[in-house]
Design a protein around this ligand. Sequence first.
Ligand SMILES: [Fe+2]
Length: 363
Amino acid sequence: MEKKKILTDNLEIGMVTAEAVYNFSNHLIISSNTTLTPDIINKLKYYSIKSVKILFPEDSGKIPQNDREDGKDLTYFEKIQVSKEFKVFETEFNSCVNDFKGELNDLVVKNGEGIIDNMLGHVDSIFKKARNPLHLLDMMLCIRSYDDITYAHSMNVALICNIIGRWLKLSDDDLMVLVTAGLLHDIGKLKIPPEIIKKPGRLTNEEFSIIRKHPEYGFDILKNKNLDSRVANAALQHHERYDGNGYPDKLKSSEIDFFASIVAVADVYDAMTSNRSYRKGICPFDVLEQMEREKASYEPVVLHKFINNTAESYINNEVILSNGERGRVVLLNKNFLSRPLVIAGNNTYDLSKMNDLYIENII
Ligand SMILES: [Fe+2]
């Protein structure tokens, strides 16, 4: 028998597990040698299990082949990219962003609750295309070729706000306000000349100071629109930083609207991930590490919740370490969430104590 790792999305009824599967808290979900049924596959999806080792008889002719020319396994994100679920998600995302583009421009000149309702409908319909919030975050990492930066970015920030708001157990009404704040946080950028927004390469100091006016422009557009005040505040304050090093007003800690603090975390996560293509081997642990290094900048409860829940979803995942070894994430270090404990063969690496060893890729 040969063992092969299969993405949960591509599991089929009748396949037999080669190894036991555990959830994040290390509780057994299914044992080895279990024949998959629709209920079991649903259970694996419910627990956000990303892949399962399956047994294939060597002469069955059904062993999935590696489909990369270099003969290596597809990485975790490459597998998502070729999955049916991702294709459906991508189509919905692109169509919603296209509609949202017109609506956001309309909102600059019109005063319409109907427009906001339509926008929230888009977020909802994209959200429903993912089996759970963590898989949504992973699929968002695979969409990285959008031209209309401000619109796709605003949609991403709204989706991430939706996830963080649920993790923080906000009420339905507050969640709606937060998602609206995510959608509209950069509306002030529509007042900035597009040639500056789209300029490739380094901005001049003057161009940079023009871009830094977008929070105030956004606040001016939103303040008289009969919206919850936290929406306009998030537009004004999403570049403020918890330690007082942000702009435009150098506010700090509790001076910053809590919803603006959530939008700030969503905004920076999306900006950091969109700079890196999954083709170049995007590794979420890299991004989480950078956020953790800059933790003085962000509201501590929001940042901890986001990094903890995101990193936790990769427990039990196989990874490639920077020394080339292949290992498995087994435990998070609560003080350094982006640098977990990894077991590779006979070696156990506590990455929180090793500056020169890191997770290079998730497979
Ligand atoms: Fe912004």
